[in-house]
Write a protein that binds this ligand. Structure first.
Ligand SMILES: Nc1ncnc2c1ncn2[C@@H]1O[C@H](COP(=O)(O)OP(=O)(O)OP(=O)(O)O)[C@@H](O)[C@H]1O
Ligand SMILES: [Mg+2]
Length: 341
């Protein structure tokens, strides 16, 4: 189902946590809110879920208004038919796995075929045979699978995830990332996912919305966000950035060449400051001449620290920043990306 958010905003004690924000989540799409701590991600998610009262704006689910400040519509959380997965799993410790999942269905007033629906949801996350266990008898990954099963058992029109993997260790996090994304896609669910982990956002999402200080700075596909950041914060927050001109002109490390590829290339002189071997390549930290901040470049061979080098940048590979969302129009048209806002 399509979810539409129009001008939703919120302040706490006079301090804005979220400025008026528009957002369209299309059926079957996976959208991620990405941004540093305190930028308003959880606040937005909780308002969509109906767990927090917005100060204004409207929310539509499948064309039906579920929240409107001016029209005094506020459909309670349990009637919005959304699923939610939290960072701390939020399972009931005194309930078994079966009861936890059944609880989600009962809260949504589903009473017919309860046993089948619970069994089906647990089979999806490969927890057959664990119905009788209590949360403390499960690993972190298994607990999160139960939380996921509970959220999706009702076949929600939207599933909301608030940093669901951040309590897990790095290896498990990567496994669960793939597993959750596949389940969401297989079930055809519409998902809104919150994280401050840029790798997680890039690898899971159809669309990424980058936020800072209660404001949306840029939205687009992961490729767009990485290849054509429109704001210096976006360029620095996602991936590594080398600045040719502070806060305005940037090139990604993989675009920095060690030899001239054409006569139009720009040449920069530098000294090798640090070399890290990361398996498939060397990451070279460069101290730049001409008053530029240090750059990162990639190489297949090792350089000696202190070595003087020349690097080349093809003018087509640079990104120029257009600050503010309004300036995005140009980028949108260039990339022929159909926007949801
Ligand atoms: N109930 C509340 N009362 C007062 N201030 C709040 C409340 N909830 C959130 N805030 C404030 O609103 C801002 C946004 O908080 P929010 O929890 O939405 O951030 P976040 O992006 O989810 O951060 P994190 O990545 O750390 O979870 C913060 O400055 C926070 O302190
Ligand atoms: Mg949060």
């Amino acid at each position: 189902m399509e979810i539409e958010i129009k001008g939703i905003h919120k302040s706490f004690q006079g301090t804005p946590a979220l400025l008026p924000t528009d957002l369209t989540l299309r059926q079957g799409e996976f959208t991620t809110l990405l941004g540093p701590s305190g930028c308003g991600k959880t606040t937005l998610l909780r308002m969509i879920a109906g767990l927090e009262q917005p100060d204004g704006g409207e929310i539509y689910s499948g064309g039906k208004c579920i929240y409107s400040k001016s029209r005094r519509i506020d459909v309670p959380a349990h009637k919005r038919h959304f699923g939610m997965v939290f960072q701390d799993f939020a399972l009931w410790p005194h309930m078994t796995v079966f009861e936890n999942v059944a609880f989600g269905l009962k809260a949504a007033k589903v009473h017919t075929g309860l046993k089948e629906k619970v069994t089906e949801a647990l089979a999806m996350v490969q927890l057959q045979g664990m119905e009788g266990r209590y949360p403390h008898q499960l690993s972190g990954g298994q607990q999160q699978r139960v939380a996921f099963a509970r959220a999706v058992a009702i076949r929600p029109s939207l599933v909301l995830f608030d940093e669901p993997l951040s309590a897990l260790d790095a290896v498990l996090r990567e496994e669960m990332r793939v597993e959750m994304m596949s389940l969401v896609k297989d079930m055809g669910l519409t998902a809104l996912y919150v994280t401050h982990d840029q790798v997680e956002a890039m690898s899971m999402s159809d669309h990424i919305i980058v936020m800072r200080k209660g404001e949306v700075l840029q939205r687009g596909t992961p490729e767009m966000i990485y290849e054509a950041p429109s704001h210096p914060f976006v360029a620095s927050f996602i991936g590594k950035s080398n600045w040719l001109e502070a806060d305005r002109v940037m090139v990604r490390p993989e675009q920095v060449g060690w030899s001239r590829s054409s006569e139009h290339d720009w040449r920069y002189r530098a000294t090798v400051h640090h070399v890290s071997y990361v398996g498939e390549r060397y990451e070279i930290r460069l101290l730049m001449m001409d008053g530029l901040d240090p750059w990162t470049a990639y190489s297949s061979k090792r350089f000696a620290v202190g070595e003087r080098v020349e690097v080349y940048v093809t003018p087509q590979s640079i990104c120029e920043m257009h600050e503010g969302e309004g300036a995005l129009t140009e980028v949108r048209q260039n990339l022929e990306f159909e926007f949801s806002s």
